[in-house]
Design a protein around this ligand. Structure first.
Ligand code: NDP
Length: 458
């Protein structure tokens, strides 16, 4: 008789939990995965995937406008197709159902048992699932994160990205509080669908932590498209009357709007899991503290993904899962490396980057900065005033490219390729020796010849 019911119990069936569970199960391990919501987790059910579908949907508004310069003309000025929001939400929901079905299937086919319910640690080897105790040699916590909001009067009236993806109808106007990934992505989506969007940020600019040229360029482009960004602005309280919202701002102004969304960060889902009682140490921010092998302070309990607050990105959680399975079941201790992880913000226009920002690179030594701002070829005829910006940061001492950043059409698709080059340690000379594909925006990265002069504007 095995000592435990399972070799591995995973709590949380998001991207990281599912990957670790199905890989372990396919190796013949006895695996159970416990989930109290939809299988697929944040990314698939209430994050990346539905968000990107809405981004695609939103883009048609501009595409219809852009088509005029290419000779497409409506029969009458307002005969471009009208948008039916509930149809988009319905189709998106059908796709999520399909994806959830695929997740169920891959877990089933790998041999992992899905258990619906809320998991809670009773001790280092026992998980309670709604009153039933299950034991395992190894326990993996992959419970992700949840939107966090400041506790101000009236905060109960606001929505988060969870509800924004399921709105029954669009408001005429909307306030989005926050300047991070989620806030700028949803500002772009709702603005394109015709909602009058005001984005309120407490800092001087959006996207703290991103390269300065990226922050400035994206804010300018968003404002050109009609998003009103209110900087250095703090909301004190929110009142709701007759379906309208009044925001009292720190300097006394009152802002009226049709809907309020908060995107002020996400917090690790650690409450109610019995973690501290089982001896699992949390960080000051409430995340699970892990070592380089995703091991917690309890030797047989591991944690991966957003609940560890290392880098809240789906591909990172998946990579952590794969490293963990190697460590646990291939006798090959594998630590994740967090260098040169690319990421994208699906704003309008999109942003993507890999490696160091200019400020980070300068802290490490002298750099050459190459920057290019241009009107994408598509917009020479479309009449759109959208600009693209591409930037490359090169370490002067080694000639290595240490950062690539882009704001503009197809940024995420382009930067994925750059990420391979940076991972391989490519030098500027190797970029220069690479032949471009013409005519593309991507070729700019291999044709940047003159560094930006030091101490001054370009
Ligand atoms: P972020 O941490 O990216 O941004 C939070 C924003 O909220 C910041 O602008 C911050 O301002 C602001 N903020 C925080 N607290 C307050 C407050 N009390 N009052 C007003 N503003 C506040 O969080 P998100 O929620 O946007 O996203 C969470 C994470 O999810 C991201 O960091 C990312 O890792 C991941 N994600 C990734 C995506 C992608 O890859 N495309 C898409 C969506 C999410 P300040 O700058 O002043 O601190």
């Amino acid at each position: 008789m095995p000592r435990y019911d399972y070799d591995l119990i995973t709590i949380g069936a998001g991207s990281g939990g599912v990957r670790a569970s199905r890989l372990a199960a396919s190796l013949g391990k006895r695996v159970a995965i416990v989930e109290n919501s939809r299988t697929g987790g944040t990314c698939v059910m209430r994050g990346c995937v539905p968000k990107k579908l809405l981004v695609y949907g939103a883009h048609f508004a501009e595409d219809f406008q852009d088509s005029r310069g290419y000779g497409w003309s409506p029969d009458s000025p307002d005969s471009f197709p009208a948008h039916h929001w509930p149809a988009l939400i319905g189709n998106k929901d059908k796709e999520l159902d399909r994806l959830e079905g695929i997740y169920h299937r891959i877990l089933r086919e790998s041999g992992a048992a899905e258990i619906k319910g809320t998991g809670k640690l009773l001790d280092a080897h026992t998980v309670d699932v709604d009153g039933k105790a299950l034991t395992a040699e190894t326990i993996l916590i992959a419970t992700g994160g949840w939107p966090s909001m400041p506790k101000i009067p009236g905060i109960e009236h606001v929505i988060t990205s969870n509800e924004a993806l399921d709105l029954p109808e669009l408001p005429a106007s909307m306030v989005i509080v926050g300047g991070g990934y989620i806030a700028v992505e949803f500002a772009g989506i709702f603005n394109a669908f015709g909602v009058k969007v005001t984005e309120i940020i407490r800092a001087g600019n959006i996207l703290r932590g991103f390269d300065e040229d990226v922050r400035v360029t994206l804010a300018e482009e968003m404002e050109k498209k009609g998003v009103h960004i209110r900087r250095e602005c703090v909301v004190r309280s929110i009142e709701k009357t007759d379906g309208r919202y009044s925001l009292r701002l720190a300097h006394g102004d009152i802002l009226e709007t049709g809907l309020v969304m908060y995107a002020t960060g996400r917090a690790p889902n650690t409450a109610g899991l019995g973690l501290t009682e089982a001896g699992v140490v949390l960080t000051g921010k409430g995340a699970i503290r892990v070592d380089g092998y995703s091991r917690t302070s309890v030797a047989n309990i591991y944690a991966i993904g957003d609940v560890t607050d290392r880098m809240a990105l789906t591909p990172v959680a998946i990579a952590e899962a794969m490293a963990l399975v190697r460590t646990l079941y291939h006798d090959d201790p594998t630590a994740m490396t967090y260098e040169n992880i690319p990421s994208a913000v699906f704003s309008q226009p999109p942003v993507a980057g890999v490696g160091l920002t200019e400020a980070q690179a300068r802290e490490q030594g002298p750099v050459d900065v190459y920057i290019s701002r241009f009107t994408p070829l598509k917009h020479t005829l479309s009449g759109s005033d959208e600009k693209s910006m591409m930037k490359m940061i090169v370490d002067k001492a080694t000639g290595k490219v240490v950062g690539c950043h882009m704001v503009g059409m197809d940024a995420a698709e382009i930067i994925q390729g750059m990420a391979v080059a940076l991972k391989a340690g490519a030098t500027k000379a190797q970029f220069d020796a690479t032949i471009g594909i013409h005519p593309t925006a991507a070729e700019e990265f291999v044709t940047m010849r003159e560094p930006r002069p030091e101490h001054g504007a370009e």
